[in-house]
Design a protein around this ligand. Sequence first.
Ligand code: IPM
Ligand code: MN
Length: 368
Amino acid sequence: MAYRFAVIGGDGTGPEVVAEGLKVLAAVAKKVGFEYTTKDFNISGDRYLEAGGDPSVQSLPIVHPHEVEELKTFDAIYLGAVGHPDIAPGILEKGLLLKLRFEMDQYINLRPVKLYPGVPTPLADKKPEDIDFVVVRENTEGIYTGMGGIQYYGTANEVATQINCTTRFGAERAIRYAFELCRRRGNKKNRLTLVHKTNVLTFAGGTWFRTFQEVGKEYPDIEKDYNHVDACCMWFVKNPEYYDVIVTDNIFGDIITDLAAVIQGGLGIAAGGNINPKGVSMYEPIGGSAPKYTGQNVINPIAAIASLGMLLSETGNNKGDEKLVEAGRLVEEAVMRVTPKMKTQSAGRMGFSTTEVGDLVADEVEKG
Ligand code: IPM
Ligand code: MN
């Protein structure tokens, strides 16, 4: 049976980096021997504007309901980038990215933080073996639900609330996923760190903390550890080698993974997956649409290629297909043989063009 992958290039440099990921997909499918088809979806800020969408308030759907329904029938979704310089902040984020995350109940945002060989990190004296952990970010709750509101808008009495919606159900499924992942990783640290702010967010933090303790009893083999989010930021810089797997709420996970992306070499390299283990997951580089580099063949496709690797290994893991897991591993290994050849991981300063980096990884996949 052929796998079916939906492809959303999105805006800016999204389509360019996705094209390199698809190049690598073709190479690895041939190598490992699996069949697949892809279907392109033109879901983007550009399309919204062309259809006459208002750039300052959302006036048309960004993703049509029939597209959401169709996307739900695929084995996985491969997304390039979301963001358009002419569209007000929030419209595409809510109308596309968050919409798809919520509609498909992709309750995990999985963000591996790994310093690949030859990649410079701004942290002095840290080596690839020091920066290798995974952040499990809860992806459907917290302050991302849009609960809250605004009163007396535009007056001196303006009041805004943005509710941190935290449920036992949501915390528990994220925590369980993280414990299972920690086992699956089999790192000798064997440690799951809960990150929150229980000293101030005593309600939401309390739910997370108690759930962590209770679920943790089912995992006696794993060390249970807790950090406040502010301290965690400090440790990322000081002692990143401490971490194995982190589980955290939506907004904390959003913020700490940008810091984490920088210590692993920048947004050009950071990959992620929005995962529903029993449903349809969506993989995307963490970086944005980088409009100023669009169409110049200078953007770094490594994050998108690494996301494609995750798409394969996680789809394989969730569907119990060893071949796909193997394919994902081959892609990551190929990436790790290419990064040392690159001058830097920054757009325009890689020593190669976007398409050349894609070719290098595809060649390495072929060589195995
Ligand atoms: C991310 C992004 C998104 C988020 C934005 C674009 C809505 O920053 O994927 O980390 O906050 O989740
Ligand atoms: Mn973010």
